[in-house]
Design a binder for this molecule. Sequence first.
Ligand code: ADP
Ligand code: ZN
Length: 245
Amino acid sequence: MTKKIKGRRINWLLLFGAAGAGKGTQAARIREILEKHGLRVALLATGDLFRNPPGTLDRGVVSQISENMKKGVLVDDAVTMVIAGEALNAKLEEDPDWVILDGLPRNVFQLAAVLFAMTSIGLAHFFTFELAVADSLLIPRLQGRKTCKSCGKVHPASTDLAGACPKCGKVTLFIRDDDSNPKSIRNRLGDYRKTISSVLDALRKLISTLELKDRFSVETVDGSLPEDSVTDRIIKHLDLQDQPA
Ligand code: ADP
Ligand code: ZN
């Protein structure tokens, strides 16, 4: 087991984007495509993780997390990194070829922790994509969008709350607290705009300082395009024909 871990070379894919930019949707689509190529994929979405925190977590911490989420405020960085680190560790047991991070890192502190984890766990290639979408488009996307409690899929606001989930057929659609609250939407979008440029700048600086261009890439994709066009643009960068089947 130890020997296998030592030899591990993982491709890391990070998705950045404001709330409603489509990170969760794209993460699921990319995972499906990679799996069709016979690749093992670990997907870690910190928002999903915090919505279903590990049962072993202190109840005070759990209620603090849900308070923050309701308000659209980030969970404490150190708490985030420990909880995400444990969840990632469990997923690494499956020996993935790819790790997709959705919603992590959200600032430079978290980026540093992710870089440390990636380089110590094993790194083949590192891809980051920012899904760029204007706030004027994000606000109506977020307001009233429906999330399925059973399968996690997010559906547009036009979806009937009382109806069946168009993906899994279960009648378990709900509106997330943070999507029904205008203040929470403003907080999340404001936070994202404040932090994303420093994260991308730090990454670009790292790539040029250490001459990592052949293994690291930072791309921006127009997230206002239809879902499948966004996926196509991301997949085009991943050089899938070079992957072991
Ligand atoms: P969205 O991108 O729509 O805001 P997410 O499901 O990614 O939704 O995140 C929901 C909430 O979970 C965030 O508003 C924040 O409170 C918390 N959260 C998710 N990821 C992180 C993170 N990396 N650091 C701190 N808090 C996070
Ligand atoms: Zn569903």
